[in-house]
Each structure stands twice: as C-alpha cells, then as structure tokens.
Design a binder for this molecule. Structure first.
Ligand SMILES: NC(=O)c1ccc[n+]([C@@H]2O[C@H](COP(=O)([O-])OP(=O)(O)OC[C@H]3O[C@@H](n4cnc5c(N)ncnc54)[C@H](O)[C@@H]3O)[C@@H](O)[C@H]2O)c1
Ligand SMILES: [Zn+2]
Length: 369
C-alpha cells in the first residue's frame, strides 16, 4: 500500500517510514520541517520515501501529497510543552487546523483510512485508587504542596495516599495543557471525519517515546532527550521532584511497528469507526530509573535529584496497552535496559546546532508525551 506519512521527517515519522519500507509498503512524506523540530538543520534525508516539503495547513500541498495514496499516517504536530502560553496559536494551528485540513482533503480525495499519532497526555493524571474510595480523580497538584516537597496526589475525598494504576482507553480525558488539548481535539476531529465520510480511524496513544533520532533538548522535546543532551555535554541529568514519577518508556521502533500493524488493520475496520489504543511498553519505570540507566550506559555523570517541579506536570501516568496487543497482535520488542543502553550512545537530532547556538541547559521536567 502507499501511505502518506505527515511529519515523516520527524523523530517517530522517520522510523514509521523505515518500518513501512521494511514491510514492503511505499511512503510519501509531507513535512514542513519546522525549525522547532529541525533546529539549524539542513533538509533531512528520509530514505525510502518521497519527501514533499509542505505544511498540513496548506490545502494544495496536502491535496498534491494525497495523490494515489491508500492510507494516511498522521504524525505531523508541534510537540512538547512549548515555551509559554504565547505558543498556543501555533500548537492549535499545526495540530488542529492542520488535522482539519488534512481530513477535509482526505474526504475530497476519497482516502478513508487514517492512523493518528495520539498521546497519553489526553488522560492528564493517570489512574489512582484510594484504599477507601476506590478509583478517584485527583485534580492538578497545588503549588504550595509541590514547594514543600509533597509530590504525590492525594484522595480528593479523604486526603489518603493513592495507589497509582494503569490507565485504560476508557478513562475520561483530562488534558492539562495546550498541547494535550490539541492532541485530544485531533482525536475528536478524526472521529467526526470518520462519521461524516464513512472513514476508519485509529489513534495510537503513544506513551513516552524514546530512541535514536530523538530531537535535542528544546522546549519542545521530551525528558529522555533532556537527560541524553545533558550527558552529551558532560553534565549530570537533573531529575525533577523526587525522581519517583512513573512513566512508560516505549522504544521508537516498537511505536513504528505499531503504526504499521494499525495501517494494515484499519482498512478491515467497519466504516465510520474510531478506535483508540494505548501504545506503551507495559513496563512502567520511574523518571529517576531512566536517568540512572542512561547515565550508567553513558559512563556518567550520575543524575542529581533536584526537588524542582513544573506546574502542569502530572505525577504518574502509565498505560494499559492490552487492547493493542489483543486486537492488533502488537508486541513491544525492545526492553528498557537494552533500549536505554542503545539510546545513551545514539545520536540526537540537531545536536550540533545546540553547540553553535550555545544553548543553555534546559530544565528537566517529567512531562508526559
Ligand atoms: N515523542 C513522543 O514521546 C510522543 C508521545 C506521544 C505522541 N507523540 C506524537 O507523535 C507525533 C510525532 O512526534 P515526534 O516526537 O516524532 O515529533 P517531531 O517534532 O520529531 O516530529 C514532528 C514532525 O512534524 C512536522 N510538522 C509539525 N507541524 C507541521 C505542519 N504544520 N505541517 C507539516 N509538518 C509539520 C515537523 O517538522 C516534524 O518533522 C506527534 O503527533 C506527537 O504529538 C509523540
Ligand atoms: Zn479516599
């Protein structure tokens, strides 16, 4: 099949293209090569695909890239938390207006199959159980508590300590920042498109993706890249809070494989359907464990736990990815120790540009993807 991979020059998209090629499919890439994702870089190579430099918000560029395409794998998005709220229009433009334009052009071109790069950020805080009240939904953590070093969310009814659990796809959405809101809106748009056109849509809600080709530490990057960039500068990874925040770190090659199985399966779905799948390794780890594993594989320096925090970060969120395993037969293949050892030595995208610009070390947060 021929697949349009939007954002195919990016971190995950380029691995999706490689996996599609390996599975005998053809890819066309539409990517605007955003400076935030490709700092100071010359046009990247996307081996195995035709690269169309263009924006998903541009109807003509999208229509041209869709010619002869059987399915779309929509990876293009602004990622990360951004600098501040002033970035909101850019996030909403790229992620939601861009998705709307893409879906409208798919409708016009009769392309009915979509796999969307979703995200665990749609859930906000993960699942928690109170010993007395069962499953509860703690709100955002108050700054006073964070300042005092009290990082765990408490039961909203009785204040008891909560036990974190695995979030399933049926958990209610609770986006906590602009990026999260745009990722949720992408899903709603995809579901509305499917209903209106008889299309079939799958959203893979990726957990924290890491691996070779991850962008360097910009305000738009994830925590693994901050740690990896610090180590490359010979500095200790700075771990926020107490380092016990739980996440699910899933390797980028496993995510790319999930995209391929989803693209192959989506056309068998019933028309006018939308299904979300958590996409995680199923092996939760703490942010501190990740910093330690990366530092050890890199040969030091040891991470420092700073007690700093960022408002809007969630404490724990870990996925239950059973649905993806059971319905699509996907299995993650890269274990935590093995993946982190490889990542500690792998190149980061745009790493050279950091030195040229003399970029200051960025704060290390624990943002969900
Ligand atoms: N990295 C993670 O941990 C993670 C986790 C959950 C979800 N996701 C999602 O996965 C997808 C890929 O993320 P990534 O980590 O590879 O990021 P990335 O920044 O490396 O790649 C995104 C690509 O999209 C392109 N792009 C952005 N806006 C565009 C636009 N308007 N038109 C055309 N191209 C545009 C960028 O130039 C870039 O090449 C995104 O949708 C992101 O929300 C990523
Ligand atoms: Zn309680």
């Amino acid at each position: 099949m021929r697949v349009l991979v939007t954002g195919g020059a990016g971190f995950i998209g380029s691995h999706v293209v490689a996996a599609l090629t390996a599975a005998g499919h053809e890819s066309v890439v539409l990517d605007a090569l955003l400076p935030s994702a490709h700092p100071g870089a010359t046009a990247p190579e996307v081996p195995g695909a035709r690269l169309v430099v263009g924006d998903v918000r541009d109807r003509e560029a999208v229509a041209g890239a869709l010619a002869g395409v059987d399915a779309v794998c929509h990876q293009a998005a602004m990622v990360g938390l951004g600098k501040d709220f002033a970035d909101a229009p850019l996030y909403v433009g790229c992620n939601d207006l861009g998705t709307a334009v893409l879906l409208a052009e798919m409708a016009a071109a009769g392309v009915r199959d979509l796999v969307l790069a979703g995200s665990m950020v749609v859930y906000g805080e993960g699942r928690y159980d109170c010993p007395r009240h069962g499953t509860v939904r703690p709100g955002p953590r108050a700054e006073a508590g964070l300042r005092a070093g009290s990082f765990e969310p408490h039961c909203p009814d009785c204040g008891a300590e909560l036990v974190p659990g695995l979030v399933s796809e049926d958990a209610p959405a609770d986006p906590r920042n602009v990026y999260a809101a745009t990722k949720l809106a992408q899903e709603h748009l995809a579901a509305a498109w499917a209903r209106a056109t008889g299309g079939r849509a799958v959203s893979l809600r990726y957990h924290n993706v890491y691996g070779p080709g991850m962008p360097r530490d910009t305000p738009y990057a994830g925590v693994a890249s901050f740690f990896r960039s610090a180590l490359a500068r010979g500095e200790a990874p700075r771990v926020y809070e107490d380092g016990r925040q739980r996440r699910d770190f899933v390797h980028v090659r496993d995510v790319a494989a999930a995209d391929v199985v989803a693209l192959e399966a989506v056309r068998e779905r019933r028309p006018a359907s939308f299904t979300a799948y958590n996409t995680g390794s199923g092996e939760p780890h703490t942010i501190g464990e990740m910093a330690t594993a990366l530092a050890a594989a890199h040969g030091g320096p040891e991470p420092v736990v700073t007690g700093e925090y960022r408002l809007g970060d969630v404490r724990h969120v870990t996925a239950d990815s059973r649905r993806l395993r059971e319905e699509l037969g996907w299995r993650p293949g890269v274990g935590f120790a093995e993946g982190m050892a490889e990542f500690a030595r792998a190149g980061l995208r745009g790493a050279g540009a950091a030195q040229v610009e003399g970029a200051a070390p960025q704060p290390v947060g624990a943002e969900a993807p």
